[in-house]
Design a protein around this ligand. Structure first.
Ligand SMILES: Cc1ncc(C[n+]2csc(CCOP(=O)(O)OP(=O)(O)O)c2C)c(N)n1
Length: 787
């Protein structure tokens, strides 16, 4: 291959790389003397040396080369890096190209700015050591490894002109999420979507160990990557002059290949699944800690795991200080920066300009590109109701029709997608398929239904991919919903954490524009997994989400289909939240007409007067949150009216769980007076809750009436049984709730013995009946609201 770079361009690109490496080392070590204008002393060194050098020179090298590619070809390109601990590199590159100073004018492009750039890094109240919301050009928090490739694909969907360069750590590639992410290429349509260019950063080591992919030999690695559907090209070496030329030539070649794939798919008009291309990718094998110290204290560092973090520590040791000075001087900063500390124009001119700079690509600040969804009025999909409990409906099926039309109205805008781990139909959302199929670029068989090369529903049996694609899609300014079985959403607990952290921080950054909320629809929930059994019964995601910052998280438990519609409409219009919606998919009794549902959901909680007879002075408050607990509570209220006819019951339903928290803790929290209006200050409250009972106590422990709140919820009892036995096993059933009420009301103390005996005989009847008949007792199956 003839050289791709002229000697002059090679010289300048190498200089650019030296500058980035110099700034990276400077950020890790220096608080003063950024241009080493005076001999380095201990006073110039930060007291705590925090940062990662090892991955950084490789990231910098790639960035310099992608800049050339962007500039020569006027590319719209983003840079997503898995080894986000290489933060100093990205900060250096965005500083050198000018994006950084535009976002942070105090970090000027001169000596003073350099000092600030160095000082702020890993400094209290400065900037984090990993790429983060603060980092221009990033959609990716760099802490938890594993999500670079899935985010890159999420960004590329529906962005036909975008190329996402994705640097994958070879250690990161060992994670489950990354291992699954390679398959994203079966869901990306070259005619409609952008391209992802995976670059496996094969620097051979993690923190203290070799990486698997670096030790299986080129042949096996090639087979592995080809098996995933990629066409890998190796760029290997440790002589920068040589690697510059190889990488430049390789990038020209892979770009040509990407363009060929896209042109072929786009000119054909109709894409066929058989057209699934082998997308090019690069295996970039260079030394970890390249250009850093070769030996420290007699031990090899460059090209080993010892280069991972701070390669020379203990600066009290004069030899170390000297070694650092020599290392930094090896980059010849005086050739790169002028006497004022400004990056010399000769080199700075290599960077793209304006939005073509990867640190200023608008897709990386997706809120800037966000178009609100076109929304149908959800009234249209409402379940008609003459009175509470008049009809049955499957809530998610009703929602499916609404989502179908959201999809339809936004087909032209190409900014809405639905994600699910093979569960969209199982969760009864299949109406969506009337307007859009399931994206699929692999083989089609006659037996398949609703697959399409042009689908906007993404179904893959990897919760990691559903979550990561959606995050990437949202972060680049689009909208979506992830529907999932409640128990298995825990698989992405940690990804949710990272996204919630991103949102919390990005809200404090003035230039980060708000993005579409991350919407979860959890269905096939704990109470209706009676057929699948214990493994499928877990409502703990509520607890997990509730731990996050109150300004970010919202938790909704709509009791019926109309409430679900109202909640879903609200969530799809919201920004910068994580909305957790939990709703059943079974056909169940419906309670509120649409106007009442909207009022109820807007308030977040309220007294259901039609189910209450307390006339402002209840004996007991029967509270409920969640569809099944609501049904059991209403059934319990009915039983109580028969058992103790003069009882005064108040039924309170909670849709928005966070109203329970004090206002000081959550913006949705009810004021104390409003809370007391619902729950009283001194009456017993029997609270039937969808999830683990402790959550209600946690949310209400500061409320006046907390001592009187008695919660029934899931207590980790379950198996393959009947739906009603599930609530019985967890003492959330109507008979238990009714008994609880009688036990808690002082004026019925003489009834407790009789009520207890009645409860146990009912339980005996229930157990015998389900054992003999395999289904619930007729009085349970045929129950309907009749007061
Ligand atoms: C999920 C996760 N597990 C563990 C870590 C701790 N950790 C930080 S860096 C690192 C090694 C990363 O190796 P690699 O991806 O190859 O990056 P590089 O060698 O380029 O630094 C590990 C294990 C982490 N950040 N995230």
């Amino acid at each position: 291959m003839s050289d791709s770079l002229s000697p002059d361009l090679l010289r300048k690109m190498h200089a650019y790389w030296r500058a980035a490496n110099y700034l990276s080392v400077g950020q890790i070590y220096l608080k003063e003397n950024p241009l080493l204008e005076t001999p380095l002393t201990l006073d110039h060194i930060k007291p705590r040396l925090l940062g990662h050098w090892g991955t950084t020179p490789g990231l910098n090298f790639l960035y310099v080369h992608l800049n050339r590619l962007i500039k020569e070809n006027d590319l719209d390109m983003m840079y997503v890096i898995g080894p986000g601990h290489g933060g100093p590199g990205i900060l250096a590159m965005t500083y050198l190209e000018g994006s950084y100073t535009e976002r942070y004018p105090a970090v000027e492009r001169d000596r003073n700015g350099l000092r600030r750039l160095f000082r702020q890094f890993s400094w209290p109240y400065g900037v984090p050591s990993h790429v983060a919301p603060e980092t221009p050009g990033s959609i990716h928090a760099g802490g938890e490894l594993g999500y670079s490739l899935v985010h890159a694909f999420g960004a590329a969907f529906d962005n036909p002109d975008l190329i996402v360069a994705c640097i994958i750590g070879d250690g990161e590639a060992e994670t489950g999420a990354l291992a699954a992410s390679w398959h994203s290429n079966k869901f990306l349509n070259p005619a409609r979507d952008g391209a992802v260019l995976p670059i496996l950063h094969l620097n051979g080591f993690k923190i203290a160990n070799p990486t698997v992919l670096a030790r299986i030999g080129d042949a096996e690695l090639t087979e592995l990557l080809r098996g995933y559907g990629y066409d890998p090209v190796f760029v290997s070496g440790d002589d920068p002059a040589v690697v510059h030329q190889i990488l430049a030539g390789t990038l020209d070649m892979v770009l040509a290949k990407i363009r060929m794939i896209q042109a072929a798919a786009r000119s054909r008009g109709e894409t066929e699944a058989s057209d699934r291309p082998h997308w090019p990718m690069i295996v970039f094998r260079t030394p970890k800690g390249w250009t850093g110290p070769k030996f420290v204290d007699g031990l090899p560092v460059e090209g080993t795991w010892r280069a991972h973090q701070v390669p020379i520590a203990d600066m009290e040791n004069p030899e170390h200080l000297k070694q650092l000075e020599d290392w930094m001087k090896s980059y010849k900063a005086h050739e790169l920066f002028d006497e004022t500390g400004k990056f010399r124009e000769e080199f700075a001119a290599l960077a793209p300009t304006g939005h073509r700079r990867m640190g200023s690509n608008p897709h990386a600040n997706g809120g800037e590109l966000l178009q609100p969804l076109e929304m149908p009025h959800f009234d249209k999909y409402a379940v008609a109701l003459t009175r509470p409990g008049a009809v049955k409906a499957a809530a998610t099926q009703v929602l499916g029709k609404f989502l179908r039309d959201v999809m339809k109205l936004n087909l032209g805008n190409r900014n809405f997608r639905v994600f699910g781990p093979d569960e969209t139909a199982s969760n009864r959302l299949q109406a969506i398929y009337e307007v859009s199929g399931k994206e699929w670029m692999a083989e089609f068989k006659a037996v398949d239904t609703d697959l399409s090369v042009d689908g906007r529903v993404l179904e893959v049996l990897s919760e990691h991919l559903c979550e990561g694609w959606l995050e990437g899609y949202l972060l680049t300014g689009r909208h979506g919903v992830f529907s999932c079985y409640e128990a298995f959403i825990h698989i992405i607990d940690s990804m949710f954490n990272q996204h919630a952290k991103w949102l919390k921080v990005s809200r404090t950054i003035p230039w980060r524009a708000p993005i579409g909320s991350l919407n979860y629809l959890l269905t096939s929930h704990v109470w209706r997994q009676d057929h699948n059994g214990f493994s499928h019964q877990d409502p703990g995601f509520i607890d997990h989400v509730a731990n996050k910052k109150s300004e970010i998280v919202r938790i909704y438990l709509p009791p019926d289909a109309n409430c679900l519609l109202s909640v879903a409409d609200h969530c799809l219009r919201s920004r910068d939240y994580v909305n957790l919606i939990i709703a059943g998919k079974q056909s169940e009794w419906q309670w509120l007409d649409i106007e009442t549902a909207v009022r109820h959901c807007t308030a977040g909680a309220g007294i259901w007067q039609w189910a209450s007879n307390d006339e402002g002075d209840p004996d007991v408050v029967m509270a409920c949150a969640g569809d099944v607990p609501t049904l059991e509570t209403l059934a319990a209220a009915g039983l109580l009216r028969v058992y103790v006819p003069d009882i005064r019951i108040r039924v309170v339903n909670v849709v928005d769980l966070m109203v329970l928290e004090p206002q000081s803790e959550h913006p949705h929290g009810l004021g104390d007076e409003d809370f007391d209006e619902l729950f009283t200050t001194d009456k017993p409250v029997v609270f039937a809750f969808h999830g683990y009972p402790a959550m209600i106590h946690k949310l209400t422990y500061r409320r006046h009436n907390h001592d009187n709140i008695h919660v029934r919820g899931y207590k980790e009892e379950g198996t393959t049984t009947t739906p009603f036995d599930m609530v019985v096993l967890n003492n959330l059933d109507r008979y238990q709730l009714a008994l609880d009420a009688i036990k808690r009301i002082p004026r019925f103390s003489d009834q407790v013995e009789k009520a207890t005996a009645r409860y146990w005989s009912t339980m005996e009847r229930h157990k015998l009946y389900i054992s003999e008949h395999g289904e619930d007792m007729p009085e349970v199956r045929d129950w309907r609201w009749g007061i």
